[in-house]
Design a protein around this ligand. Structure first.
Ligand SMILES: Cc1cc2nc3c(=O)[nH]c(=O)nc-3n(C[C@H](O)[C@H](O)[C@H](O)COP(=O)(O)O)c2cc1C
Length: 402
């Protein structure tokens, strides 16, 4: 993927957080991928890491303030804002986030960000109380709404001694977001991605069926994103009112058995399978050929198990990356872990469908990604399209080369 960053000018802002040292690895990885890295350090950042370290790692002069003499090039204060193909801030302190939300420009970094037309990515990292503080959340929302991309912090043990959300994502993850940004049109070229979406139904008679509330939105967004990245995409869709996504071969099915046979047909040469469909686990044992007439008494419908498509795929899989979804209303992570193991998945996207903003119908989701090594990534409320991009970034990282 090195060619995607060749010649790209990335302005790396470093602010005064305890995770500033991790920005050194980010700079190093970006440079190895061919990017020109131009570091801007805030005054506070220089308390944590030296300018010399970034100068050596980036191979470029480091900007440490607006008022110092610039020895290496003849710059005016917004030169880097113009030059940048992307501005990336690692870590982004609560203070920086607040200053940006207020539109301030009191140092080189904030001035550059205010002046640039390039995309801006922020990787906030801080104590979890600072992060969850409503004022920080409001500031982040404001920045998101203005088009900045916020790389969500991870959960775990923080330098301040407590466990919680606010940890900087690993440098490799930050760099993969940057790569995905520049390679958005071709990072999945030559790959075949099979996606399932929507709900399957269990017919009772010619006019009635049992169904679920799935809208298909999450899977459709994934199919669209995979197509944008150049993949050959097959979308096996259960019931959904959404139109066929552009550039995607969409196969419409209704029942779980129909979904199973469509999926099995495209599974062998798929590179990755993402099963976002809400599959009916049970079917009606005796489906009536004629409409069942109502009567006065109670009506009992006997159900039998449908095949477990994901389980079968997990058994059959060879080279394929396999991703499942767990939409639960209780014991989310416990169920997700069991499903991950039982179905031999590479990772699972777990969401608690009772949370406001998560689940079936809306345009947003709140998800946790759980991996085979036990690692869990928390993704706060975001658009389904954004979550689709994250899911595909992870798939790309797991896909074997070639
Ligand atoms: C030891 C130490 C660690 C800090 N870690 C963080 C941090 O991880 N995240 C954060 O938002 N602020 C952190 N701060 C507070 C910032 O350094 C402070 O808000 C500073 O004004 C940020 O300036 P800047 O945003 O211009 O870099 C820390 C301060 C100290 C003394």
């Amino acid at each position: 993927m090195a060619e995607y960053l060749a010649g790209k000018n990335i302005v790396l802002g470093v602010t005064g957080g305890i995770a500033a040292y991790k920005a050194v690895e980010v700079a190093s990885r970006l440079r190895k991928l061919g990017a020109e890295v131009h570091v801007i350090m805030t005054r506070a950042a220089q308390e944590f890491v030296t300018e010399l370290t970034f100068r050596e790692i980036s191979g470029n002069p480091v900007n440490t303030g607006m008022w110092e003499k610039v020895l290496h090039w003849n710059v005016e204060h917004i030169a880097l804002a113009r030059l940048a193909d992307l501005v990336l801030v690692v870590p982004a302190t609560a203070n920086l986030v607040a200053k940006l939300a207020a539109g301030m420009a009191d140092d080189m970094l904030t001035t550059t960000i205010l002046a640039t037309q390039a995309p801006v990515f922020l990787a906030p990292a801080m104590n979890s109380n600072m992060y969850t503080n409503p004022v920080t959340q409001e500031n982040l929302e404001k920045l998101k709404a203005r088009g900045m991309r916020i790389l969500p912090p991870a959960s775990g043990h923080l330098a301040c001694g407590i466990d919680g959300v606010g940890r900087l994502p690993e440098p490799v993850e930050i760099v993969s977001c940057v790569k995905a940004h520049f390679s958005a049109v071709c990072s999945l070229r030559g790959r075949k991605i099979l996606v399932t979406a929507g709900g399957t139904i269990a017919p009772i008679d010619p006019v009635r069926f049992l169904g679920n509330r799935s809208s298909g939105k999450m899977g459709y967004r994934i199919a669209e994103e995979a197509a944008k990245r150049g993949a050959e995409v097959v979308l096996v869709s259960g019931v959904s009112a959404l139109p066929d996504p552009e550039g995607v071969r969409t196969v419409r099915v209704e029942t779980t058995e129909e979904m199973r046979s469509a999926v099995l047909q495209d599974f062998p040469d798929a590179d990755a399978v993402i099963k976002a469909a809400a599959v009916a686990d049970y079917r009606v044992k005796h489906v009536s050929e004629q409409k069942i007439k109502k009567s006065d008494g109670e009506w009992t419908i006997e159900l039998e198990r449908n095949p477990d498509i994901l389980y079968e795929l997990g058994r059959m899989k060879k080279h394929q990356v396999l991703v499942g979804f767990a939409a639960e209303t209780q014991n989310l992570m416990e169920y997700a872990k069991k499903k991950l193991e039982k179905k031999n998945l590479d990772f699972i996207v777990a969401n608690d469908v009772t949370m406001p903003g998560a689940g079936f119908r809306g345009e947003t989701n709140i998800a946790r990604l759980m991996f085979r090594d036990g690692k869990v990534e928390e993704h706060p409320l975001m658009k389904k399209a954004e979550l689709a991009a994250i899911i595909l970034d992870r798939v790309e990282e797991i896909l074997p080369c070639g």
